[in-house]
Write a protein that binds this ligand. Structure first.
Ligand code: FDA
Ligand code: NAD
Length: 434
């Protein structure tokens, strides 16, 4: 087959690829210079919608409504936009081989592509229960959620199993957001996770206590401290029940699994330096291989604020790292320089009528503030994280845009915390004064 060549290639057609494409256009990329390879069938979209409005019975989100860059208030890049800019959006095409030394890529269909500069934006894939050898984990109606095809399967089963019984495995982002979405669709939901409280990688026990209580009031059963060890099936191979390690057996005709993500780096193994499970980059997202950049979920980059190498699996970083890499590529070509990436971690989630934001680092001592009572008409509370006498992280449920800006500023400025009691008493007022 004939070989095609592009000046710039992005592998991956997710959030980072979409924001990179917009930045390429801003920087004046010429028609024919850029190609984006995506194994998905659609142009880059705002992935967070898949676990939220995509699954809702009302106010449902569907493409083309949530193509990038609407998630950050920007222009919506429809497939026509790429065509107008002369950017080759090569969909339904998985890159199955990458040779970074010869700058050659091979697609699943056997086509060969050459590039001068490569951006790796392959994102994450789901961790599967079969990875831990859970018996029966390949039964029908066990679902994972990463791409739009997965979300379509969930939409179908939600319709097919009206008033059904779902068991959600995992108490992280997917577990909490999907449990809410299923419940809103009138499905009976139970959640199971091994830890003593939900979202342990971020929540304190007090924060988790509120969300668990709120979910319980919505009728969601929460089973903690155990894991799924096997699945029973009917004669059609459909899941009927879930066996738990503690001996319980739960009926379920839908199982949704969210037990973590894993960066997609396999194509590049042994060719590029890795660190902390991701592809190691500098503050411009350059990897150890000349002319190869890595952005989004796959990049382990210097988090300047904490003087540490980190990998971040959240959308804000996917957008910003992509923009930084493209700016770095063009500044390099023009012999200019740009500032190193100086990222302030930002995570958020929404479920039911709840909405929280977190900025900074969740390390050190914690202080809970505000009204975390389940019966309160307004849910406005949060937490500060304090390390070496400074406030380094801030969480807020139910904040206004101004209040969220205030906690972001706290995490960036890291003001001194004179007394934990005072912080707890002042609560949000403390943030608003910074
Ligand atoms: P992303 O996963 O977006 O894109 C990777 C792309 O590469 C995919 O299209 C994939 O098919 C493609 N690909 C991989 N290998 C390939 C190959 N060999 N050839 C061709 N294509 C290939 N974050 C947040 O901050 N707030 C939120 O509310 C949410 N919500 C959320 C919901 C759901 C359901 C998920 C799965 C994730 C979130 N996230 C989130 C996380 C956020 O979406 C995630 O961090 C970004 O999408 C990462 O962007 P990337 O571009 O790095 O990967
Ligand atoms: P996660 O890391 O947030 O949560 C994984 C959870 O799996 C853990 O909290 C734990 O409770 C559970 N777990 C681990 N092993 C288990 C086992 N054997 N049995 C039962 N539970 C087990 O990962 P996720 O929720 O799967 O999310 C996947 C990816 O999608 C992540 O990158 C996440 O950042 C991203 N995501 C982000 C958002 C958001 O930022 N709002 C929303 C959805 C997805």
């Amino acid at each position: 087959m004939a070989e095609k060549a592009f000046k710039y290639v992005i592998i991956g057609g997710g959030v980072a690829a979409g924001y990179a494409a917009r930045e390429f256009a801003n920087q004046g990329v010429k028609p024919g210079e850029l190609a984006i390879f995506s194994k998905e069938a659609v142009a880059p979209y705002e992935r967070p919608a898949l676990s939220k409005a995509y699954l809702f019975p009302e106010g449902t989100a569907r493409l083309p409504g949530f193509h990038v860059c609407v998630g950050s208030g920007g222009e919506r890049l429809l497939p026509e936009w790429y065509a107008e800019k002369g950017i080759s959006l090569i969909l339904n095409t998985e890159v199955v081989k990458a040779n970074l030394a010869s700058k050659t890529l091979i697609s699943a269909a056997g086509e060969t592509f050459k590039y001068q500069i490569l951006i790796i934006a392959t994102g994450s894939t789901v961790v599967r229960l079969s990875d831990f050898g859970v018996q029966g984990a390949d039964a029908k109606n066990i679902f994972y959620l990463r791409e739009i095809d997965d979300a379509d399967k969930l939409v179908e089963v939600i319709k097919a199993k009206k008033n059904g019984n779902a068991l959600v495995v995992g108490g992280g982002y997917i577990g909490l957001e999907l449990s809410a979405a299923l419940k809103i669709n009138n499905i009976d939901v139970s959640m199971v996770y091994p830890e003593p409280w939900c979202m342990p990688r971020l929540f304190t026990a007090e924060l988790a206590g509120f969300y668990e209580g709120y979910y319980a009031n919505k009728g969601i059963k929460i089973i903690k401290g155990t894991v799924a060890t096997g699945f029973g099936t009917n004669e059609n191979g459909e899941v009927t029940d879930v066996k738990l390690k503690d001996g319980r057996v739960m009926e379920a005709d839908i199982v949704v699994v969210g037990v973590g993500g894993r960066p997609v780096t396999k194509l590049f193994k042994g060719q590029v330096e890795e660190e902390k499970g991701g592809i190691k980059t500098d503050g411009f997202f350059k990897t150890s291989v000349p002319d190869v950049y890595a952005v989004g979920d796959v990049a382990t980059f210097p988090m300047k604020l904490y003087n540490e190498m980190r990998r971040v699996e959240h959308v804000d970083h996917a957008r910003k790292s992509a923009e930084q890499a493209v700016k770095a590529i063009f500044s390099c070509e023009q012999g200019n320089s740009i500032d190193e990436y100086d990222y302030l971690p930002f995570f958020y989630s929404r479920a039911f009528d709840l909405s929280w934001q977190f900025y900074g680092d969740n390390v050190g001592e914690t202080v809970f503030y505000g009204d975390g009572s389940l019966t309160s008409p307004t849910h406005k509370f949060g937490s500060y994280w304090i390390k070496d006498g400074k406030v380094v992280g801030a969480f807020l449920e139910g904040g206004t845009p101004e209040e969220n800006k205030a906690i972001a500023k706290v995490a960036r400025v890291q003001p001194p915390a004179h007394s934990l009691d005072q912080l707890a008493t002042e609560g949000l007022t403390f943030a608003c004064k910074v």
